[in-house]
Design a protein around this ligand. Structure first.
Ligand SMILES: Nc1ncnc2c1ncn2[C@@H]1O[C@H](COP(=O)(O)OP(=O)(O)OP(=O)(O)O)[C@@H](O)[C@H]1O
Ligand SMILES: [Mg+2]
Length: 252
């Protein structure tokens, strides 16, 4: 079994009367893609927010390589090797593509020593490599706001790559991509996987899930209902009913 890089145990968070996340335990393994699947409002994004410190958990814990991370700020979690993308991308829209990627190199812990110009040069090299890998080199001087939709998604991925993190939390990175772009995206994931990155992928398209993930955690109403290999999980008729909005009525 591959090494567990990130583990959450019983994470919970309510918003007023709504229990958005109701005890999520999740393990992310080096070199594996875990798809976080579930209907709208299942608590997928909130789970990411609890792990990354963007939201405070009501209860539960999380560790990176056994080190507790609850209560840390997002930048502190980032320095422990977690890179995260957002459903709404959150690019610096009026900065160039290159500046967006360069900014992402700042969060990686091993760049944080006061290394002067050598460290800066190394960050620039990382940024250029990420631009190459995502096919954005020719667009490096364009402003993010001027990019086409798919290129913005790849810019978000370039920022992830440039951070040199070994845990990736990706919130619907492939949504709305055409087939060719999806294949490009798949290559990025497979390369990262081969380097031992632990990836958690929120994805609604089950074809993409089957193609790219090794494991599925199925979330509904803030709970992990099932976890396992994609073939088994996606064949479960009860989960399919929930996923496609055909929830069985509770007995009166
Ligand atoms: N900051 C917030 N304040 C109040 N309610 C919230 C907040 N964030 C999320 N919620 C609610 O918590 C529930 C879970 O939301 P979340 O965004 O985690 O779902 P999701 O699984 O990511 O859904 P989607 O697939 O639509 O992105 C939803 O009912 C949502 O409306
Ligand atoms: Mg979401």
């Amino acid at each position: 079994m591959n090494e567990v890089l990130l583990r959450s145990e019983n994470l919970a968070r309510a918003f007023g009367g709504l229990q958005a996340v109701a005890g999520v335990s999740l393990s992310l393994y080096a070199g594996q893609v875990t798809a976080l699947v579930g209907p709208n409002g299942a608590g997928k994004t909130t789970t990411f927010n609890l792990i990354t410190g963007n939201l405070r958990a009501d209860s539960g814990t999380a560790q990176i390589r056994g080190r507790p991370i609850m209560g840390l700020k997002p930048w502190q979690v980032a320095r422990l090797g977690v890179a995260r993308s957002f459903q709404d991308l959150r690019l610096f829209t009026h900065m160039t593509v290159r500046e967006n990627v360069f900014a992402a190199t700042e969060t990686a812990s091993w760049f944080w020593q006061p290394g002067g110009s050598r460290a800066r040069l190394r960050r620039q090299e990382r940024a250029e490599a990420a631009l190459e890998a995502t096919g954005l080199a020719a667009l490096a001087d364009a402003r993010a706001v001027d990019l086409a939709y798919a290129e913005r998604k790849f810019l978000s991925m370039a920022r992830i790559l440039a951070a040199e993190a070994d845990i990736w939390l990706l919130d619907e990175p492939a949504s709305g991509l055409d087939l060719a772009s999806r294949l490009r995206f798949g290559e990025l994931l497979k390369n990262a996987q081969a380097r031992g990155v632990a990836i958690c992928l929120i994805e609604h398209n089950l074809d993409v899930v089957v193609e790219l993930s090794n494991r599925i955690a199925f979330l509904d109403q803030g709970r992990v209902l099932a976890e396992g290999d994609p073939g088994t999980i996606l064949k479960d008729p009860a989960l399919a009913a929930i996923y496609f909005g055909d929830r069985p009525q509770e007995a009166a």
